[in-house]
Each structure stands twice: as structure tokens, then as C-alpha cells.
Design a protein around this ligand. Sequence first.
Ligand SMILES: [Zn+2]
Length: 511
Amino acid sequence: MRSKWKSALAGGGLGMVAALAPAPDAAASHQVPGFEADASRLVGAITTKGVVAHMNELQWIADYRNGNRAASTSGYAASVSYVRRKLEAAGYRTSTRSFDYPYFKEIGTPVLRAGGTGYTAETDFLTMELSGSGSASGRLVAIDVQIPPPATGSSTSGCEASDFPPAGATPAIAVVQRGTCDFAVKVANAAAAGYRGVVIFNEGQEDRTDLFGGTLGSPGALPAVSTSYAIGQQLVDLAEAGGTGQLEVRARSETRQTYNIVAETAGGRADRVVMVGAHLDSVPEGPGINDNGSGSAAILELALQMAKLKVQPKNKVRFGWWGAEEYGLHGSNAYVAGLPDEQAASILAYLNFDMIASHNYAWLIQQGNPDSAADKVVEQVFTKYFQRARLPYQYSPADGRSDYAAFSAIGIPVGGLFSGADAIKTEKQARLFGGVAGQPLDPCYHKACDTNRYISRRSTLVLSRAIADTVYKFAMTERDIRQENIQAAQARVMSAQAGEEARYQGPHLVR
Ligand SMILES: [Zn+2]
């Protein structure tokens, strides 16, 4: 699960739609039409011991490799080897495909000083994700700014190379206003004109006055920070008075390579593929046994048990373990971007499992696009499992924080299960699931303590079995919910066009 970085700034948080498991109703159907296949043999083969054994192995891998399994580390490579070895021993053919992703890590406190004032990082200004590393001191130059501000989104400051007077021989820092084009464009233009650093201040109208977080999308050439409109005004005044400033960012900002591992059943229709995915990388801060050793272990054990029981799926089942999820969903994005249209069209649904063993768990059915009838069907198939098993559950609206996002964006029906990350357990959830209200669902989310000693075995078993049941029903269905999604895909294209000016890459604004 991806961090909800500075949610107050990025806007939007993780909402939870409450849904008490209704009392079993004899009149209500316990199956979704077309998804009636009896998975009990496969579900019964999924055991706590079987799933936890994989999580223990991933813990052991991290213990011997700097305590984590983050993308591009030896811990990640060993995790992939383990998954591959297990799959191949069970008769699967596996494939790995590498991809590049932008890596960014700040390694020092950034500095912004101007006209004798030292500004405070995090409070007054933020380093842009993928900012270049380095320091700049020199003249402040305001680049085609508009004060008072123009209508929201319409400042063109820094969008054209010609906005920048050549910096010349004396070092200069560009003071640029947010609006119209991506931050990356403004920074690239400043670099081309010979500037040494860039401050991008908020545009000044409506919700664009405060400090905001942004990304350059790929490693930038110059140190770049963002700030509020108010501080932007101070910098512009100083620039007009011939003042100077200092800007420093210390970071590793570079393109790195990592890979995904994919395997599929030999049997089943190739034109009807059920995809099951989990990210295999951890954050650098810890071993990532819940996030997401747990989802990885559950789908691995499912693949192994399907082979062992010689399940003959009607539809092909393809398993994907994604890399670099924690740096911005890069593995699943790369996979989807690399799918030829014909192959993308063959995917019946994508089911995502990111965190199923949260210590203070809630059982959450991950919803897809609310406009998609097909996503609703996926949600129902999961729901029926909990209802038949008389287990509590809730719904979690799609927030784009995990690997289903790339699949959903091209109109593939999506859904999933997860047991909670940094959201605080409510009183109601404590009544439904037990555990401690007022504490995070996973108190070790993205921390060093996300170990195999701090997982819920009960949640691991319940959700692993719910996964097995649902995947089996999708493997056996003859229903085609993709057709039900076509209208939704069209609606999505229209809403994407309507929301053109505020755009995100993961949790970060790009403009
Ligand atoms: Zn995560």
C-alpha cells in the first residue's frame, strides 16, 4: 500500500463505507449469478501454516539483507527468487520483465533563505519529489508571475522557454508561479535558461494559496521546492528589489531498474484471463511482512495449492508480483503500459491483494470505480463469501493507493481485499472485528516493526481463504463482466477530461 503522502495537502483521504454484514437471509441468494462454482476443496487447502510459511521466509530474507525488501535491493531480488523457485517447483513457468522507475530520497534537510529570512522546511516550503540535488545561491528572478493572481490554473509562469530571461554569468534562482503546465516543464525551462534552482509558489486563488506538495515525475535537473502564495509574494518583492537567496536540496534522484514476476496456469482460455496481483516490494524502512509479504504469500500459496489439487480453470489465471509499488505503483503501471491491446482486452478482471494480515485488522472489500457495473460484480463476489461464512466486512472506496489503479484506468474490472493500513480503527470497527479502537489498523504500517511477529494469523487465514474462493469463482465463470464495463469506461474518459487541471502522479501533484 502506497503512502498517503501529506493527505491534507493532496486532498482526499481514505474513507470507509460502513456495511454491517447483514443477517443471513434465507431469501437472498448466496451466490452472484455466473459465480456459483464450489471452491470448498481449494479453500480448505489454504491454511494459516501454508501462508505464514511464505511470510516467514520473506522475514528471513529481510533479516539477512539490511532489514528490508525494497525495490532494487538484494532483499527484493531474494524475494523474487523465492517466489520463482516455489512456482517453478510446482510446475509453473515464470517470467520476469524489468522496468525503469524514478527513485527519490532526500538525504539532508533542505534550505531556503531569501533576503535574510530563513524559511522552515515542511512548514514554509517542501522539496519537490524528484528534485535535483545541489545548492544554488544568487539573484532571485521572478518569471512572468501575476500578482494579484489570475484565475485558478491560468498562470503560465515558466511554461515557455521565452519566459526566462537568460540567467547570464551571475547565478540566479527562478521564482515561478504554479499553473497551466507541469512543474517538470517549468523546472526544465529554468535549467535550459541557465538557472541554478527553482522555487514554485502556489498560484494564489481559491484552494491554491497554501503550501502544496508536487513531483517532477522524473529526476529533475535543478533543486526545486514548492511554497505558499504568501511566501511567493515575499520572494517576488525581493526579486524586484534585486535581492538574493539560497536554495539547497540534498537528495538521491535517479532512474533505477527493477522487475515484476508473472506466472499463469497452463490451462484455461487465453482470451479470458483472471489476473491476481500483489506487490512484492517493501518500503526501505522495514521488512514489509504485512505490506505486502502477506498479499504476496496468499497468492503464492493459492497458486501452489491450485497446482497441487490439479485445478483445471476454465479461464486462465495469471498471477503477478509487482515491483516498486512503494515508489509509486511502478511495477503494475509498467505491466499495464506494456500490454498489447489484444492482451489487455483478454483480462476479465484484476484482483488486488495489498495487506491482509494487519495486526489491528478490519476486513475491507476494496471497491473499484463506482461508475463501473463490472466492478460492482467483483465486489459482490467478495461480499458473498463473507456473507456465506458469516464474517463481518466493510467496503473501502477506491483511492488509487495500490496496483489496481493502472488496470482500472484502462477499463479492466477491479477489486480486492485488504485489512487496513494507517487509518484509525473506529469504535464500530472494534465492535465488528475486535481489536483496539483509536489505534491504526496496522500500527506498524511502513515501519521497521512490520515483521512476522506482528501480524494477525486470523486475518491472514480468513482473507487468504476469501481470496481463494473468489479467484476460483472467477477462474470458473462463463460470465463476461467486461461487456458490462464498457459504458463505465466511456464515462471515465469523460470525467478525466473534465478534471484536466489538477493532476496527480500517485499522491503527488504534477501541476
Ligand atoms: Zn505500502
